[in-house]
Design a protein around this ligand. Structure first.
Ligand code: ZN
Length: 350
């Protein structure tokens, strides 16, 4: 199967790295009318690292251990390493928010994140920008939030990770097995069924204990279920009262109602990223107020009829913590006001 490439490898090889970036990734590189698909065959458990891709892919041994992520800014998670993700299937997608082909792949990628995250899949979006406005972290954050991306995203402004994976077009997806080996690659849009089948197969594979580091990313990927006693021990009395007993802090007393710094707000109980400073506004109520959560999947809403009122309660989707309520008197365009307790949040400056 032929792979579409925007520029010949031979040409790129004769140019300097700077020229490659300048020349090899024209806007048209993203306009994949067709797709190139290379899904590796499935290596038997405990098998050796035999070649798993069709010949001609840069001559690269795709079954070798995948390169670590180069340093960049992480959105939606703490910095991750492939080593720390051993034991999980990892899907790495190279994308940039301005690329419409990348946007077209998002529904599938987000669906896999929602469907398989709890079964052991971690998706990492490596944001390798094409244009200057795509390099600005605030723009990346805004787009990640507005596109409803909940999986971790790491910026790759210097194209270090891009080059380490020998990528030459957006979007490109790699699927890594639980031992960190690249087992499949897909360039361009489409091939979703094949990629999903590969994810399912790799999730079903067993790994040897030596390759598995348990618990490394538990908090990020799984639902957090704890007993009341455990919560009581872990949280301060105020945090416990608010998150586990649906309490409300007095207005103008919390740490964040008047916080104007840029960053994200995580659930104080489990670390799930729930709100961003991008959507924070001054409501005058004395509670931190947001016009939208960072992603719909980060919270759940439930009807709350306590205290003689009908309100909609906002709950952390990962651990069930009560965060606050949402009202319909917020600013445009959502018209919503998420009224959240400072004590239910932890601010992470960015
Ligand atoms: Zn939580």
């Amino acid at each position: 199967m032929n792979v579409l490439k925007p520029m010949g490898v031979g040409i790129a090889a004769t140019m300097s790295a700077a020229m490659i970036i300048a020349v090899a990734f024209p806007r048209s590189a993203k306009r994949w009318g067709l797709t190139g698909i290379q899904i590796g065959s499935i290596r038997p458990v405990g098998g050796n690292t035999d070649s798993i891709v069709s010949p001609g892919l840069d001559g690269r041994a795709e079954s070798s251990t995948a390169a670590e992520f180069a340093s960049g800014a992480w959105i939606n998670s703490e910095p991750l390493t492939l080593k720390g993700l051993r034991g999980r299937v990892v899907l790495v997608e190279f994308w940039t928010f301005g690329c419409y082909n990348c946007r077209n792949t998002l529904p599938a990628v987000k669906k896999w994140d929602a469907q398989y995250r709890d079964q052991g899949l971690t998706i990492v979006g490596v944001h390798s920008p094409e244009f200057d406005n795509e390099k600005k972290i605030e723009n990346v954050r805004r787009e990640v939030a507005s596109l409803g991306i909940r999986f971790p995203v790491v910026t790759d402004n210097e194209f270090e990770t891009w080059h380490a994976y020998k990528v030459d077009a957006w979007p490109t997806i790699f699927v890594l097995d639980k031992s960190g080996h690249v087992r499949g690659k897909h360039v361009g849009e489409g091939g979703y069924a094949q990629t999903e089948q590969l994810i399912q197969k790799l999730l079903a594979e067993q790994t040897s204990p030596a390759n598995t580091i348990s618990g490394g990313n538990e908090a990020m990927t799984d639902k957090v279920v704890k007993t009341d006693e455990e919560w009581r021990k872990e949280l301060s009395p105020e945090q416990y009262y608010i998150t586990r007993q649906k309490g409300t802090e007095p207005a103008f007393t919390g740490a964040y109602w008047d916080n104007h710094e840029a960053g994200v707000y995580t659930c104080v109980a489990c670390g799930n990223t729930v709100f961003s400073s991008d959507k924070k506004f001054d409501s005058g109520t004395g509670w931190p107020s947001f016009s939208a959560p960072i992603a719909e999947k980060s919270i759940t809403e439930e009807s709350d009829t306590t205290h003689g009122m009908i309100r909609t309660e906002i709950i952390c989707k990962r651990c069930g913590a009560h965060l606050g309520h949402v009202f319909s008197d917020g600013p445009k365009p959502t018209g919503l006001r998420y009224c959240i307790n400072s004590a239910a949040l932890k601010f992470v400056k960015q």
